[in-house]
Design a binder for this molecule. Structure first.
Ligand SMILES: Cc1cc2nc3c(=O)[nH]c(=O)nc-3n(C[C@H](O)[C@H](O)[C@H](O)COP(=O)(O)O)c2cc1C
Ligand code: SF4
Length: 443
């Protein structure tokens, strides 16, 4: 088992983990005091760049590099949008951070505001996360009462406001420009890019969008230094010139058919097998796994034979998945029908497509209808070809849509058909119906 002292989760479960006093007693806001006292905003950005921190929200973009895309000498305001929408199926690490250790997140937010010269941070909290919203609001109120928010923070020439914004209850609100539209009071329809948010974001002003876990990492990078961060995780793959390495601790969410579902913090690069066997207590009921979703539903599927895949920014891609995504692993056991798994997947994306782009709106709907037909025992073998073709033709990668939701909708379909083809063919040939259809409440 990997020996690792948690950093991001180290205060979870402590009796006083949410209060400012408790956080300060554990060394909290030390990094902020250090940054405001000893470092310029550019130096903080440099630290984050040097650490190799890549965004934890799904795309894995280098965080410090993103901050440098903001226009220099902009008169302001500059905004920080904190992406706490966390709607990717199987993902719940942002919730744990916000509910258990809100000041760790808020310190990262303040450091990011300082580095980017953002005067306002909007924390866009998933609608369903009522408790996260309340705990974060309480922490924000405490900061205002203690001169850690507002004007002249810690007596320095640094001013920042934090507003919490309750999300609009849709998966697409997590896409960064959908989030910005929603924050502005509109329907969360993603924007065509460019312009990217760094140039024209919230309220048409330069904006950085970062995930909650990314910002929590910033706190520790400033506190412990980039060398510490780089000592955790894995360096770039020399065979892949585009790999920027996978540094730092990562919160892995584990759910589905395992004995001990939960959120664990480990160095980037742990394998699915180690995660499931060592940290999840193995597959439930003494069964074998059939496969898993490696990083949120939109990343595709791994078969059990692929469980030695390392969960770093490079690993899942080598096994045919879209990427690491949110590193949320959902395991399904050998008795689970892949037909049902894929139908549920397609139903989710058809429901969540915002409908702006025809290939996504229609494609996700067709994929749902075809997989529904298959599970009702009326599938045809050529359906597999049609599904695969739709999966390949929708998304930013084939260049047919505005945002990545469609890539995420297509990937599980392509993966399922190529990796579990024999099971689909056998099911279609048999003419059976899915036993799930008999369950009370099944559609
Ligand atoms: C359909 C869709 C949904 C997304 N949902 C989330 C989300 O819930 N949370 C999140 O942080 N990023 C989400 N993202 C990624 C964001 O667009 C963006 O890349 C991320 O918030 C940037 O933060 P990071 O660089 O710190 O990872 C989503 C992207 C897409 C295409
Ligand atoms: S790809 Fe889909 S979700 Fe994204 S903007 Fe187009 S229709 Fe909306």
């Amino acid at each position: 088992m990997t020996e690792f002292e948690p950093v991001l989760l180290r205060r979870v479960g402590k009796p006083d983990s949410q209060s400012l006093a408790g956080y300060r007693a554990d060394g909290g806001y030390r990094a902020l005091a250090k940054a405001l006292g000893d470092l310029t905003p550019a130096q903080v950005t440099e630290l984050v760049k040097d650490s190799g921190l890549r965004g934890r929200g799904g795309a894995g973009f280098p965080c410090g590099v993103k901050w440098t895309f903001l226009p220099k000498d902009h008169p302001g305001p500059i905004y920080l949008c904190v992406n706490a929408d966390e709607s990717e199926p199987g993902t719940f690490n942002n919730r744990i951070l916000m509910e258990e250790d809100p000041h760790q997140v808020l310190e990262g937010i303040l450091l990011a505001c300082y580095a980017t010269r953002a005067s306002v941070a909007y924390v866009y909290v998933r609608y369903e996360y009522g408790r996260s919203f309340r705990v974060m609001q309480q922490a924000v109120d405490e900061l205002y009462a203690n001169n850690l928010l507002g004007r002249n923070i810690l007596g320095k020439d640094f001013h920042a406001e934090v507003y919490l914004h309750r999300g609009a209850g849709a998966y697409i609100c997590g896409e960064e420009t959908g989030l910005i539209e929603s924050l502005e009071g509109k329907r969360a329809w993603p924007r065509i890019k460019p312009p990217f948010p760094a140039v024209e974001g919230a309220f048409r002003k330069p904006t950085v969008v970062n995930n909650v876990e990314t910002l929590a990492c910033v706190t520790h990078i400033v506190d412990r230094g980039p060398d510490w961060f780089k000592s955790v995780g894995v360096p770039p793959d020399p065979k892949n010139p585009r790999d920027a390495g996978s540094y730092g601790p990562k919160l892995y969410c584990l759910s589905g058919h395992v004995n001990r579902p939960g959120c664990v913090e480990l160095p980037l690069g742990v394998s699915v097998r180690e995660l499931v066997e060592e940290h999840g207590g193995g597959v439930w009921k003494g069964r074998r796994a059939k496969g898993c979703i490696p990083g949120g539903l939109s990343m595709g599927f791994l078969t059990e034979q692929e469980f030695d895949t390392p969960l770093d920014f490079n690993g899942p891609g080598k096994a045919g998945c879209l990427g690491l995504g949110t590193a949320a692993v959902i395991v399904f056991d050998e008795t689970t029908s892949i037909v049902d798994v894929l139908y549920n997947t397609c139903r989710f994306f058809a429901h969540e497509s915002c409908g702006q782009c025809t290939p996504c709106r229609e494609g996700t709907g067709w994929m749902m209808k075809i997989t529904d037909r298959i599970r009702r025992g009326r599938g045809r073998l050529e359906d597999l070809h049609i599904l695969d073709e739709i999966g390949r033709s929708i998304g930013i990668m084939p260049g047919t849509t505005i945002c990545g939701l469609a890539d995420g909708a297509g990937w599980p379909v392509k993966n399922a058909i190529s990796k579990f083809r024999a099971e689909f063919e056998e099911f279609i040939r048999s003419g059976r119906k899915s036993p799930e259809l008999e369950l009370v409440g099944a559609h």
